[in-house]
Design a protein around this ligand. Sequence first.
Ligand code: HEC
Length: 185
Amino acid sequence: MKMRRLAFAALLVPTLAYAWPWSQDMMDQPSVKPQEPVRDGKMMAFPHRSVPVQGIPTQVADREAAKTLANPVPATPESIHEGRTLFRIVCAACHGLTGLADSPVSDKIGAIPLNDDYVQKQLTEGWIFGTITFGGAIMPPYGVPGGKTGSNDLSVEERWHVVNYVRHALIKEPVAPATQQAKTP
Ligand code: HEC
């Protein structure tokens, strides 16, 4: 009886242990895993006619090509709210909390105000999306990895949320008294 119990206990042991040499067998196979770089550190192109299961496909070659893109994300209160959060995390450091180019580094880096007619009326939403994606002359990119300053910190959808916020709500932000004070010498 005792022996049987022992044998039974012994049977349980391997199930509690993990990382046996063979427990990776099913994973280590020649097939290409999702997101796995195959050539020069680049991800494999998706098979022809693949459909994204989430997110929205907006692929452009450069900022110039983004100029005429139509904004696929409706400027709903939710989108604007999301854009506001992201703006405060990513853009405010250079462009100021309310886009007035009044952050401590705005002048030093040459960041322009985002609440004047140039950005609010003259630029297309696609161009602003392109600027966030590819960066500007000095501004770093937030939608392409690589290079010295490149990053893909913002997904396609997040970039459009930021565009929605910049164009629909930025100029309505009350200017914080502290920000005004910071401007006066
Ligand atoms: C590291 C500083 C920095 C950050 C962060 C930054 N910008 Fe900029 N941005 C700049 C500078 C500098 C310029 C002007 C020169 C240039 O085009 O690079 C600029 C220019 C722009 C322009 C005008 C482009 C044009 O055609 O003249 C827009 C629009 C803009 N930024 C939006 C944003 C948004 C939205 C974010 C957040 C996702 C952001 N920026 C984050 C530094 C920054």
